[in-house]
Write a protein that binds this ligand. Structure first.
Ligand code: TXA
Ligand code: MG
Length: 393
């Protein structure tokens, strides 16, 4: 298949969609309507979209990604009026969350309307729905006139894509169109909240009836709890690797994810609450770890904060630069930015994992952070990228 790349030139420069850009988005919407696949930008990561009502399109999405068919897709809408075809049950706390966080980086798991294609949900009786805030995503969905089923636009198991370049790397020849709308602002996938178990009749918020956080994202647990004025439950898949027999609530959680080609270990300062103190502890560990692994691996990367790099007496803003340091062999430096700027870290994390692959890195040493606010989401992606190989300090 010949994949076309539509570059939204004006949008990338100014953040506004020009008439030229709009023409390309309309053409991409036609592709969706006629059963094709389009990779498109959203504020979280790029999505790989197809018409949610078209079973063939859904199947094509699974094939293009190499995704197991029991791992359901998120349905993207550009207006809450789409909801009536997708679900018949919207608990009142779901409404509160929609009013506060939509359009935006939040996905809700709701009961699926029986007439809505079950292939989207891998046969589950629920469905994941998101109303993104990205203007290009919104225009694409609105012009297509149908909800768009879209997982992240990466090959299954690989880090999510946050630019058209990433999409080309993974999906060239597998999709009809890739829309280049610049880099995704947030860089991590949406927060997923399961409200499907909440009894609509009572909206009873007893323990068993709580909204469950299935995947942390830019809408943090703290933000959700404040709006709902209650404590959320945390899905088991967020707490540690799942055993073979456990059936996770979000089927995607059982697969190895975000995996760079390199082996990766995460140094996690478990008890330290202060981020700078935590960085110090991590920095102290790194030279010894390098000593230990240097025989077996020849291209090592450090994916750490600038505070940590400074403590190690190496500083580089250029991720591709290899700096001579006291450590041997000289590691590639992925400067994740300051521990006081989690937004930048979130924005860079998938790109840095992919960069490690591009540089041929075979071992990544990553810094862990105290899991508050957005760091919960950053740590979730790092743990999974490291396949839960974590050194707790
Ligand atoms: O930010 C995002 O959410 C991006 C952009 C493109 O919108 N999409 C995305 O989709 O991350 P994907 O397919 O990579 O991740 C969807 C996750 C998977 O872990 C899947 O198992 C879970 O959502 N999921 C989907 N439908 C579900 C359902 N009915 N019940 C539980 N989990 C569900
Ligand atoms: Mg994904």
């Amino acid at each position: 298949m010949n994949t076309k790349v539509f570059v939204l030139k004006k949008f990338k420069e100014t953040g506004r969609i020009s008439t030229e850009d709009e023409k390309m988005i309309s053409e991409a919407a036609d592709v969706i309507r006629s059963g094709g696949l389009v990779a498109f930008p959203t504020e979280t990561v790029y999505g790989l979209g197809g018409d949610a009502f078209n079973k063939e399109s859904t199947l094509k999405i699974y094939t293009a990604k190499g995704r197991p068919s029991d791992n359901p897709l998120i349905v993207h809408i550009s207006d809450v009026s789409f909801l009536s075809s997708i679900t018949n049950e919207i608990p009142s706390i779901a409404r509160v969350l929609m009013d506060r966080f939509w359009p935006g980086p939040m996905t809700l798991i709701l009961k699926r309307n029986v007439r809505f294609p079950k292939e989207i949900s891998g046969g589950l009786d629920t469905v994941a729905v998101r109303y993104p805030s990205h203007p290009v995503a919104n225009m694409l969905i609105a012009q297509a006139g149908v909800p768009i089923a879209a997982p992240s636009a990466n090959l299954s198991g690989r880090p999510s894509t946050t630019s058209a370049r990433d999409c080309v790397e993974d999906l060239r020849g597998k999709v009809d169109v890739i829309i280049d709308g610049g880099s995704s602002g947030i860089g991590l996938e949406s927060t997923i909240i399961d409200v499907s178990g909440i009894d609509k009749a009572t909206d009873d918020l007893s323990l068993i009836n709580r909204p469950v956080l299935l995947r942390p994202g830019a809408i943090t647990m703290e933000m959700i709890e404040e709006v709902l004025n209650l404590k959320m439950a945390l899905d088991d898949a967020l707490k540690g690797p799942l055993s073979k027999d456990t059936k996770p609530r979000a089927p995607g959680m059982k697969y190895r994810h975000y995996a760079p080609r390199a082996r990766m270990v995460l140094i996690s300062p478990k008890t330290q609450k202060d981020p700078e103190e935590a960085s110090k502890k991590v920095a102290q560990q790194i030279p010894a770890i390098i000593q230990k692994i240097r025989q077996d691996y020849h291209k090592i990367a450090l994916m750490v904060s600038s505070e940590c790099l400074e403590l190690l007496n190496v500083s580089s803003r250029d991720p591709k630069k290899e700096t001579k340091v006291l450590m041997d062999p000289t590691p590639c430096l992925m400067d994740m930015g300051s521990v006081h700027d989690p937004e930048k870290m979130a924005h860079d994390v998938f790109n840095d994992l992919r960069e490690c692959d591009r540089l041929g890195v075979d071992f990544i040493i990553a810094e862990g952070y105290p899991e508050k606010g957005l760091f919960l989401a950053i740590m979730n992606r790092l743990k999974k990228a490291a396949a839960w190989e974590i050194i707790e300090i």
